[in-house]
Design a protein around this ligand. Structure first.
Ligand code: SF4
Length: 208
C-alpha cells in the first residue's frame, strides 16, 4: 500500500488505534505504555496480524497534538509507536512533542523506510523479504526477529552481524506458529545464549 501523498509534515498521522496497555514483547515486556498504531505498510507479511493497518486511506488523519494530549490524559510516561510501518511517515514532530512533555518514545519498525524522529528505544524487527535499509541496524537497541520457520534463524544471524554490541537479540515465535516453533526456538537459544526468547505476552494476557 502507498502512503498518502497529501501530507507528510508529520503533524497529522493516519491513526489506526491508540490505547494504554502493557508492552507484551521484547526487552521492555511488562512496562506500561501508550500504544499509537499508525496506518500504512508496504511489506505485506503473509502472517501479519494487523492487516487492517496496511492501507492508510482507511484511517483518519489525526493531529499529533490531539494524540499527545490523549497520552498525557491517560497518565502514560512512555509511548510505543507501531504500525503498520511508522517510518512511512515523518516521525520528527511527534517525537519532539512527546519528548517535550517528558514522555519516552519507543519505536517498532521493520527498518524499510528512512529513520525519522529521536527515539529513546528502537526495536528493529526486520522482515525476510524486505530487508532493512543500511544504517538502521546500527541504530537498533533491540533486534527482534519473528520466527515463522527454520529459515528465519539464518536471517536472524545475518542481521545480528550488523548491530551494535549493546543491541539486545530476541527471537519471537510468530503467533500462529507458536506451537510448531517454540521448541526449536528454545533449543536454539540454549545453544546460542546471546539470543533471548520474546513471547507476545499480550496474547497470553488477552489484552490489546
Ligand atoms: Fe504486518 Fe508488520 Fe509485516 Fe507490515 S511489517 S505486514 S505491519 S507484520
Amino acid at each position: 500500500m502507498r502512503k498518502r501523498e497529501t501530507d507528510n509534515s508529520g503533524l497529522l498521522l493516519p491513526l489506526v488505534e491508540e490505547f494504554y496497555s502493557i508492552q507484551g514483547e521484547g526487552v521492555n515486556t511488562g512496562r506500561a505504555a501508550y500504544f499509537i498504531r499508525v496506518g500504512g505498510c508496504d511489506i505485506c507479511c503473509s502472517w501479519c496480524d494487523t492487516r487492517h493497518s496496511w492501507n492508510p486511506e482507511l484511517h483518519p488523519m489525526v493531529s499529533i497534538v490531539e494524540i499527545a494530549g490523549n497520552v498525557t490524559a491517560a497518565g502514560a510516561d512512555s509511548v510505543v509507536v507501531t504500525g503498520g510501518e511508522p517510518l512511512m511517515w515523518n516521525m520528527e514532530p511527534l517525537c519532539r512533542l512527546l519528548r517535550s512533555k517528558g514522555i519516552k518514545t519507543f519505536l517498532e519498525t521493520s527498518g524499510t523506510h528512512p529513520l525519522t524522529g529521536k527515539w529513546d528505544w528502537i526495536t528493529l524487527s526486520p522482515k525476510k523479504d524486505s530487508p532493512p535499509l543500511s544504517g538502521i541496524l546500527e541504530m537498533a537497541d533491540e533486534l527482534k526477529v519473528v520466527i515463522h520457520d527454520g529459515t528465519d534463524f539464518e536471517a536472524a544471524e545475518m542481521y545480528s552481524r550488523n548491530v551494535r554490541p549493546a543491541c539486545q537479540l530476541l527471537l519471537q515465535p510468530e503467533w500462529s506458529r507458536y506451537r510448531e516453533m517454540i521448541k526449536a526456538i528454545t533449543e536454539y537459544v540454549k545453544k546460542n545464549s546471546r539470543w533471548r526468547v520474546s513471547l507476545q505476552a499480550q496474547k497470553f494476557m488477552h489484552i490489546p
